[in-house]
Design a binder for this molecule. Structure first.
Ligand code: GDP
Length: 137
């Protein structure tokens, strides 16, 4: 079974749509193998998004990700990584297909409701960033 990491970002948590977003995952056949609500520190957000450190939007991205709590989850199922990316929709909600999480819940390219691992290799790294193996079941 494939596993991937999902983050419900501060904008969606603030809008109180955590349950609605988790429901999208379950309805699509993904299982929530672990989940928790946390407040990221600046150092954690910078480390998590280190691959984007040289991008012009890195500062804004980090500020946004620490602007309020997030809900991180391990999603499990067949083709979990790709399935989650399909459910999320395009990075820019204005370009996201109708019926995707970003089309329905996101406002802008930075406040875009969710993060999802973009490869199996990154999924493994990102899951280990937030969860111990014993907390995934
Ligand atoms: P994702 O995999 O669809 O989340 O997209 P990326 O990995 O390319 O970018 C990571 C995150 O950085 C996105 O989800 C956005 O929150 C943010 N981001 C990407 N491009 C931009 C941009 O041009 N401006 C701003 N402010 N944020 C961006």
């Amino acid at each position: 079974m494939e596993q991937t990491l999902s983050i419900i970002k501060p904008d969606a948590v603030a809008k109180n749509v955590v349950g609605k977003i988790l429901d999208r995952f379950e309805t699509a056949g993904l299982r929530i193998a672990a989940t928790k609500k946390i407040q990221l520190s600046r150092a954690e957000a910078e480390a998590f998004y280190a691959v984007h450190a040289q991008r012009p939007f890195f500062g804004e991205l980090v500020e946004f990700m620490i602007s309020g709590p997030v809900v991180v989850s391990v999603l499990e199922g067949e083709n979990a990584m790709t399935k989650n990316r399909d459910l999320m929709g395009a990075t820019n909600p204005k370009e996201a297909e109708a019926g995707t999480i970003r089309a329905d819940f996101a406002e802008s390219i930075d406040a875009n409701a969710v993060h999802g691992s973009d490869s199996l290799e990154n999924a493994s790294i990102e899951i280990n960033f937030f969860f111990a193996q014993k907390d995934i079941c």
